[in-house]
Design a protein around this ligand. Structure first.
Ligand code: THU
Length: 162
């Protein structure tokens, strides 16, 4: 059997000063959004900020529930809010940030599997790649398309145009 390797491209910055002003401002919005997080069970407060092609910024935060699976991640709160408010507008970038026990998370927050699948759907819907900025106290990582976070994705409806 032949071994095949899959390559992804990840960019890393040592601080916000290495980001464009647009990306740095979006990450700041994601950090601010952690304040509206409802996370009494995990104490892990996540914020997400979505930049749309029309310049609008939509923020969201994780919302937990006593029945655990009923809660929702910050990314999907922001993405679904964005696509329900501006159904015809492409998403350009999403920034993610997290605070745990009152401190910025030391490592970048990576979107969970379900959020990656939703990001892929958003890309397919608009036909445009989405930049994902994953922030933390120490370093910031970035991919230019969700394909780099979700290789070999379930993508049955890729060419479906609505
Ligand atoms: N969470 C997010 O909101 N986004 C992520 O990327 C990872 C996890 C939330 C879900 C749950 O409320 C808490 O973080 C702990 O897992």
């Amino acid at each position: 059997m032949e071994e095949k390797k899959i390559e992804i491209t990840l960019y890393e910055a040592g601080g916000v000063n290495e980001l464009t002003s647009e990306d740095a401002a979006l990450l700041e919005k994601a950090a601010e959004a952690t304040r509206s997080s409802y996370a009494p069970y995990s104490q892990f407060h996540v914020g997400a900020a979505v930049l749309l092609d029309n310049g609008e910024i939509i923020c969201g935060s994780n919302q937990e529930n006593a029945a655990y699976p009923s809660g929702l991640c910050a990314e999907r709160v922001a993405l679904f809010y964005a696509t329900s408010k501006f159904s015809q507008v492409a998403i350009r970038t999403i920034a993610i940030y997290a605070m745990a026990n009152g401190k910025a998370n030391p490592d970048p927050v990576y979107p969970c599997g379900a959020c990656r699948q939703v990001l892929l759907e958003c890309e397919n819907r608009s036909g445009q790649p989405i930049k994902v900025i994953m922030g933390s106290a120490q370093k910031i990582q970035m991919v230019h398309t969700i394909s780099d976070l979700l290789p070999l994705a379930f993508d049955k409806f890729k060419n479906l145009k609505i």
